[in-house]
Design a protein around this ligand. Structure first.
Ligand code: EPZ
Length: 430
């Protein structure tokens, strides 16, 4: 199993190209199930989650091809992926595929809208009714679907004549439920209004792509989205927006290690809340026509108080990385996690490097220490893993991050991107 070995202490200087957003690429690829024609996506990142989703979509009958990169091309450039779901051969998404990636549950929206039925494994975790997919199911039911749960599967059926537009009110903001209902509503008869919709930039990216495919959507990016259903969608070409979480992760890495890096292709407007926090902590952030520049020279890191929130708030997907940064701040920081209960698996691992973190319910109090010391640590999930890399960049000596497959789900060529800016980081295979 691969590991990442880091020797801390070097500042980061240079350029880091930002890849296409994983959390936009996944729903965009799933949207290909809505049409028999070809959806061409540019700037798709090379990630384990993308590869897994290609298999899942292939299982439903989609042909997925990747345009080869020319040798002269930038090695960091994203892929162009063509997806053609000419015929849906199977409306079942089995447990062994869905359990590996929660987002694959979202195929339920397009399958139901196009084929009138879908049988999709519950993604696992807690029983239905609490956390997992209740908003998806009530949302689809508001479009006329009948829903049954049987042997770990959701069996959804549209009424004769297909889904019908309706009013969907989410009790809490959910990115996945918004993506799913938006895709389903695109092919439902009549108008759908989604209230308390997620406003994340990835929702806007999906809506933009659906509009290119012929959908009629207004209000994406606000909490009320209106969709006028159409009878079919068609071929389109769309470029995946830059990854704001990858952007924020490298921005935090620069704040942590010191130095001056241009995050090429990054968009400031996708991440204002996090950049504000970094400025408060003592980093310099500026926009250029090539991306966003982040620097920290001379002075130390200041403490911050942050609460995660849906967009445009501080993203939960940067919470672990920020915690690594505050571990070395001059003073005491506090971070409150409001999106996911128990998204604090990194706390114990950061403590192994010398971080002083006290957890009380949904709030972590971080007492900054003068120095962190390298140690072997265990990656537990995607963002937690990268927080350990960030801590390792500023720790004295060697840090080895085990279970790197978590990182490969969401960070393309992490070692290459950091080492070209001067970090001592390498992948070690057994
Ligand atoms: C998306 O997950 C992202 N995943 C997550 O990124 C991200 O952390 C999350 O949004 C929040 O921003 C992708 O885009 C692929 P939610 P999602 O539905 O859609 C509760 C990463 O590291 N809820 O917005 O699964 C839920 O429990 C990942 O890249 C219900 O109660 O998240 C949570 O508390 C991890 N019932 C809250 O809503 C439901 O039916 C928000 O979850 C659905 C959600």
């Amino acid at each position: 199993m691969d590991r990442i070995r880091i020797v801390g202490g070097a500042p980061l200087n240079g350029r880091i190209p930002i890849s296409g957003a994983k959390n936009a690429a996944l729903p965009l690829m799933i949207a290909s199930l809505l049409t028999a024609e070809t959806l061409t996506l540019e700037n798709v990142p090379r990630l384990a989650d993308v590869i897994l989703l290609k298999r899942i979509l292939g299982n439903h009958g989609a042909e997925v091809t990747v345009e080869g990169k020319r040798p002269s091309q930038d090695p960091f450039a994203g892929d162009t992926v063509r997806l053609t779901a000419g015929e849906i051969v199977d409306t079942t998404a089995p447990y062994d595929l869905v359990s590996k990636m929660r987002a694959s549950f979202w195929v339920i929206g397009p399958l139901l809208a196009r084929m009138g039925e879908a049988k999709v494994s519950l993604p696992g975790g807690c029983a239905i009714g609490t956390r997992p997919v209740d908003f998806f199911l009530t949302g689809l039911a508001s479009l006329g679907a009948s829903i049954e749960i049987e042997a770990g599967y959701v069996i959804a059926k549209a009424p004769a004549g297909g889904l019908v537009g309706g009013r969907v009110v989410f009790p809490k903001v959910s990115v996945g439920a918004t993506h799913t209902v938006l895709m389903a509503a695109a092919l439902a008869r009549g108008e759908t209004v989604i209230e308390n919709a997620a406003r994340e930039p990835e929702i806007v990216d999906l809506a933009d792509c659906l509009v290119k495919m012929g959908a009629e959507i207004e209000g994406a990016g606000t909490s009320e989205i209106r969709v006028q259903g159409v009878s079919s969608l068609h071929a389109a070409r769309h470029r995946v927006l830059p990854d704001r979480i990858e952007t924020g992760t490298y921005a935090i890495a620069v704040a942590m290690a010191g130095g001056d890096v241009l995050l090429e292709g990054a968009r400031y407007d996708l991440l204002e809340s996090a950049f504000d926090v970094l400025v408060e902590a003592g980093a310099e952030v500026s926009t250029t026509n090539e991306g966003v520049r982040v620097a920290r020279n001379g002075h130390g890191i200041g403490p911050v108080r942050v609460t995660t929130a849906p967009f445009p708030g501080f993203p939960t997907d940067l919470q672990a990385q920020l915690m690594a940064l505050t571990a070395k701040a001059k003073g005491t920081s506090s971070i409150t996690e409001t999106i996911f209960e128990n998204r604090f698996m990194h706390v114990q691992e950061l403590a192994r490097l010398g971080a002083r973190i006290h957890l009380d319910g949904d709030t972590a109090t971080i007492e900054g220490v003068e120095k962190l010391t390298g140690a072997p640590v265990m990656a537990t999930d995607l963002r937690a893993s990268v927080s350990l890399v960030i801590a390792g960049l500023a720790a004295e000596g060697e840090t080895v991050v085990n279970r790197v497959y978590h990182l490969d789900r969401g960070f393309e060529r992490l070692e290459a991107k950091l080492s070209q800016c001067g970090a001592t980081i390498e992948r070690v295979s057994d």
